[in-house]
Design a protein around this ligand. Structure first.
Ligand code: IYR
Length: 223
């Protein structure tokens, strides 16, 4: 049994009046409605401090037993981006030319995606998100993590939101399998690549598919 416990301090919480709650929730919805997944990036640089702030925001996410079961690798190096692109395109080729089911390829067809991933070199930043089912402390003691996929998924959602709020665009890229990321980025065997987030500015002529999000009445029950 672990007899240690945290010190507890009063919650810092400010009640908003209802009008301000309505205003803020609508404004945030409008901000998030403007987020689009982008596949055409400009090669314009983005300050590292913006990426670091977004990752610090992601790391505020709730996590099982506060284990914070994530690690981020932010890549700006042209050489490493090139290696990631080559490895990702190899996997994607296998996916598009046989590994994916007919049903999967049919679902992807309207997006017009293929195995070519130039954005992996064009975009100024690639952020690899790794999940940890467990970790080791400084004494080499192994610590099990809890609800790892949920925790890392929440952190990634915050990361995408933070980058969007900062005025950048992202692409959630999931080459499958992604184990090459662990090798290229020198991460330990107990970490699993969760996804690769491409971040930067859109190309001047970037186009996005005209798609719709399901309306609230289709996705929400209230009792
Ligand atoms: N990883 C591939 C395929 C792909 C899969 C889904 I599901 C998408 O929403 C989009 C693409 C690729 O990146 O092309």
């Amino acid at each position: 049994m672990n007899n240690n416990s945290y010190a507890f301090a009063p919650l810092q919480f400010k009640h908003l009046c209802e009008e301000e709650m309505q205003q803020r929730s609508s404004a945030f919805l409008n901000l998030m409605r403007a987020r689009r997944t982008v596949r055409d990036f400009a090669d314009t640089t983005v300050p590292q401090s913006i990426i670091e702030k977004a990752i610090e925001t992601a790391a505020t996410a709730p996590s099982g037993a506060n284990m914070q079961p994530w690690h981020f690798v932010a890549v700006k190096s042209a050489e490493i981006k090139k290696q990631i692109r080559a490895a990702a395109e190899e996997e994607e080729k296998a996916l598009y030319q046989g590994r994916a089911s007919e049903e999967w390829l049919e679902a992807l067809a309207p997006l017009g995606t293929d195995e070519n991933k130039p954005f992996l070199e064009t975009a100024p930043w690639l952020i690899a998100v790794f999940s940890q089912k467990y970790s080791y402390d400084n004494d080499g003691k192994k610590h099990k993590h809890y609800y790892t996929p949920e925790s890392v998924g929440i952190a990634t959602g915050l990361l995408i939101t933070a980058l969007h709020t900062a005025g950048l665009v992202t692409l959630t890229h999931t080459p499958s399998p992604m184990n090459f990321l662990r090798e290229i980025l020198k991460r330990p065997a107990y970490e699993k690549p969760f996804l690769l987030l491409v971040a930067g500015y859109p190309a001047a002529d970037a186009k996005v598919p005209v798609i719709e999000k399901r309306p609230l009445n289709e996705l929400l029950d209230v009792y």
